[in-house]
Write a protein that binds this ligand. Structure first.
Ligand code: FAD
Length: 284
């Protein structure tokens, strides 16, 4: 973890583009609440295959107009170079200089991968077209990506994204700090000199967490799963226990030198704000 200590801690909040006018209003409120914490940036997700293209663009440009730093996600699977170039051009013209570059997952029913197969190809494309204009974040998987052929192959693929020019990484969420510490040690041993910021998923609803985790390959440790299961429909107890677990995890990560935290807010300020206040992040 030594290499991570030299990066100043950066805290960021992930949002997704809302689908309805009520969702847009709610997100404005969420943003107002979270903006008080002065995050390094807000990021906005992007549906692979361009499914949220317009909504992501609108949300990103609105946040930029509000005067916050915003990092749009860009997933390349199912896209052409022309499409990706057009989106990047819009962001560049709007003064955006921070991108989260991803492969994404092909939406069901979309058979063609398009002109990009992996996130490393998107990173290479952005660097080829825009040089060093953008700060490029990529995804990292301390518990390994569910489609990876092996742990080593997945790490080699991660390394390729950095070699192609990624500036920093945000991890998939995890509840087992050792997986993150091990991943950072691998980065150090491979000479990868970039911040690897832990992605933090507050615990809200048990069924939702299980669904997300099954899809993305994040492990819910047995003791946490058992406790959450035991609460049944008692959402107050689930959230209270979740806050204890996640705050403890963040504390452990920061104490060990993690270069910040990236919160998967799911467009709600409550749990993220509670964790922030418990950690007293203002003071860090
Ligand atoms: P890659 O880095 O391309 O890796 C995908 C898989 O391919 C891995 O198993 C890897 O080992 C393998 N691989 C990579 N290169 C090669 C190669 N050359 N040969 C063989 N195998 C290879 N999804 C969205 O759709 N929209 C979002 O906004 C979004 N935001 C995210 C933000 C974060 C911080 C994270 C962690 C994930 C996000 N995702 C998002 C999910 C992500 O798109 C999926 O996890 C997706 O399955 C992989 O994307 P990637 O960029 O990690 O892909």
């Amino acid at each position: 973890m030594e290499s991570q200590k030299k990066f100043p801690p950066a805290f960021s909040f992930e949002l997704f583009p809302p689908q309805t006018p009520e969702g847009v209003e709610k997100l404005r409120l969420t943003r107002q609440q979270l903006a008080r914490f002065n995050p390094k940036f807000f990021s906005v997700t992007f549906g692979a295959g361009g499914s949220t293209r317009e909504r992501t663009l609108e949300t990103v440009l609105e946040i930029q107009t509000e005067g916050h730093v915003v990092a749009p996600h860009l997933s390349c699977i199912g896209s052409t170079q022309q499409n990706i170039r057009a989106i990047l051009e819009k962001y560049y013209e709007a003064g955006i200089r921070h991108i989260v570059a991803l492969r994404g997952d092909l939406p069901s029913g979309m058979a063609q991968a398009g002109e990009f197969r992996y996130a490393s190809e998107l990173v290479a494309f952005i660097r080829q077209e825009y040089g060093s204009s953008f700060h490029i974040e990529v995804a990292a998987y301390p518990e390994y990506h569910p489609q990876a052929r092996s742990a080593q192959a997945d790490f080699d693929n991660f390394k390729r994204k950095i070699e192609m020019g990624a500036s920093s990484a945000i991890t998939q969420y995890f509840y087992n700090a050792d997986a993150y510490f091990h991943f950072v040690e691998l980065c150090e041993a491979a000479g990868l000199n970039i911040p690897v910021v832990p992605g933090i998923m507050p615990i809200n609803k048990f069924s939702q967490l299980v669904r997300f985790s099954d899809t993305c390959g994040a492990e819910i440790p047995r003791w946490i799963r058992k406790k959450l299961e035991g609460y049944g429909d008692d959402s107050e107890s689930i959230q209270a226990f979740g806050l204890d677990v996640v705050t403890g995890l963040c504390e452990q990560l920061l104490q060990a030198g993690a270069p910040g935290l990236h919160f998967y807010t799911l467009n709600s300020a409550n749990l993220t704000s509670a964790i922030w206040q418990r950690l007293n992040l203002h003071a860090r």
